[in-house]
Design a protein around this ligand. Structure first.
Ligand code: ADP
Ligand code: MG
Length: 251
């Protein structure tokens, strides 16, 4: 780990991985997607996770978001150690406290944008706060498109629906796995600005996997993964500094 040089005030931990190992497969064929990975993700910050393809970025995000369970180690969402939770409690925690933005949007094609945005709250039996949902829809630039179905929206607009869905329940933390991966440059830039705005204006905590140094620059902090381990971090990243770190890691 490099020394933290930022003057940023250290905030609370929103999520934490402690010695997390994830094995896929068994015996000689087992692959360690994560190998004793530990990282703290701070509340109110935008953290980017970077690393080569296959370094375990998606696996780490899935463990932190409670979408999958580690083979060993502990995962905390705020103060809750989630690996010990039963399936039902974990599902509830995910619905109430976590938002997730996938590279491929994962919207339901038969529902309108508005219906997609509030679906997780409906499933959870919670009444969506109409005022807040309208504010989020406006923030992501979807006003006027809320009655459209995904097929009637561009990729960029669909990802904005997915972002609004992740933000609408005011989760403790929003995870995004290469959310700009399927978008053209302009839509990607808009989405990154939106996530940055969610942190600055709404106090949202955001953790985003990306392989794009320009995208990583929207973050407050970049955490680098290699071979399933956290190997480095960088505060107040510039594209140049990020590229430098990536080159050093390859060397
Ligand atoms: P990244 O997102 O950084 O590209 P992943 O977390 O997707 O990396 O994968 C890390 C490693 O784990 C890779 O070697 C990958 O092939 C392996 N892996 C990921 N998911 C599975 C799975 N469901 N079954 C078997 N191996 C997997
Ligand atoms: Mg991945």
């Amino acid at each position: 780990m490099t020394t933290m040089t930022s003057t940023r005030v250290r905030t609370d931990t929103a999520a934490r991985a402690e010695g997390v190992t994830k094995l896929y497969g068994a015996g000689d064929a087992a692959v360690a997607a994560l190998d004793d990975a530990s990282v703290d993700l701070y509340a109110g910050q935008f953290t980017a996770i970077m690393g080569p393809s296959g370094s375990g970025k998606s696996t780490l995000l899935h463990m932190l978001a409670g979408l999958d369970r580690p083979t060993a180690g502990e995962v905390y969402v705020a103060d809750t150690e989630i690996t010990r939770l039963g399936d039902k409690a974990l599902t509830t925690l995910r619905r109430d406290r976590i938002g997730f933005i996938f590279q491929s949007f994962n919207l339901l094609p038969t529902l309108t944008a508005a219906e997609n945005i509030v679906l997780p709250m409906r499933i959870a039996g919670r009444k969506p706060d109409a005022h807040w949902v309208a504010e989020v829809a406006e923030t992501v630039g979807l006003t006027g498109r809320l009655g459209h179905r995904p097929a009637q929206l561009s990729g960029g607009q669909q990802q904005r629906v997915a972002a609004a869905r992740a933000l609408a329940s005011k989760p403790d933390i929003v995870f995004a796995d290469e959310p700009t991966g399927a978008l053209d440059r302009r839509s990607g830039t808009e989405l990154l600005g939106l996530l940055r705005g969610a942190v600055d204006d709404l106090g949202q905590t955001v953790v985003m996997v990306t392989h794009d140094p320009t995208a990583a620059c929207y973050a407050d902090r970049v955490v680098f993964l290699a071979d399933g381990r956290i190997v480095d971090e960088l505060y107040a990243p510039s594209a140049e500094a990020v590229l430098d770190h990536m080159k050093q890691m390859e060397a």
